[in-house]
Design a protein. Structure first.
Length: 155
C-alpha cells in the first residue's frame, strides 16, 4: 500500500507493512529499557521496529492501522518485535503457538509474527486495532541541514 502520491505529498522516504503487535513495560517480554536509550514508560507513544538500526533511532514514522483507518505520527525508539510462529497464523494466535526469537533470522519453518510492536499508548491512539491486524509504516525523509543553514535557507 505504499502509495506514490502519499509518499510524494508527505515527503516520506520508504514504507513497510505487515502485522502489528502491542507491548507495554513489564509485559514479560522486555526489561523496561529501550534499544535507542532511555526507559519505557506506560504513556509513551512509539514503535519498536526490527530493522531499527537501518532507519535510525528517533526516526519519524507515520503509522497507519488498516482496521481503524487511523494514522499517528510517532518515532522509532526500540527494537522488535521478536515473536515468531510456526504454521498458520490463525492457530499461532489462538493456541499460543509462538515464542520469542532474538536471532536475526527465525529458525527453519518459523515466521515473524509482526513488522512493528506498538507501544500500548500508541495502540490506544490508533483506535485499538486487533492484534496481528495490518499496519503500514511510512518513514519520513531525513533532512540534512548544512552548518549555518536553517530550514534549507542560508543565513
Amino acid at each position: 500500500m505504499c502509495s506514490t502520491i502519499l509518499v510524494a505529498l508527505l515527503g516520506l522516504h520508504s514504507c513497510d507493512s505487515g502485522r502489528l503487535s502491542v507491548y507495554a513495560p513489564g509485559d514479560g517480554h522486555n526489561r523496561g529499557l529501550l534499544a535507542c536509550g532511555g526507559e519505557f514508560a506506560k504513556r509513551q507513544e512509539h514503535i519498536a521496529y526490527r530493522r531499527w538500526w537501518k532507519v535510525g533511532c528517533g526516526r519519524k514514522v507515520l503509522v497507519c492501522a488498516e482496521a481503524t483507518k487511523r494514522c499517528v505520527h510517532t518515532t522509532v525508539r526500540d527494537a522488535g518485535p521478536f515473536g515468531i510462529y510456526r504454521g498458520p497464523l490463525r492457530r499461532a494466535q489462538t493456541e499460543g503457538r509462538w515464542r520469542v526469537c532474538i536471532a536475526s533470522r527465525p529458525p527453519e519453518g518459523w515466521k515473524w509474527r509482526g513488522v512493528a510492536d506498538l507501544s500500548y499508548a500508541l495502540w490506544q491512539r490508533l483506535g485499538r486495532p486487533r492484534f496481528l491486524s495490518r499496519v503500514h509504516l511510512y518513514f519520513l525523509t531525513r533532512v540534512r541541514v548544512a552548518q549555518g543553514e536553517r530550514y534549507g535557507h542560508s543565513s
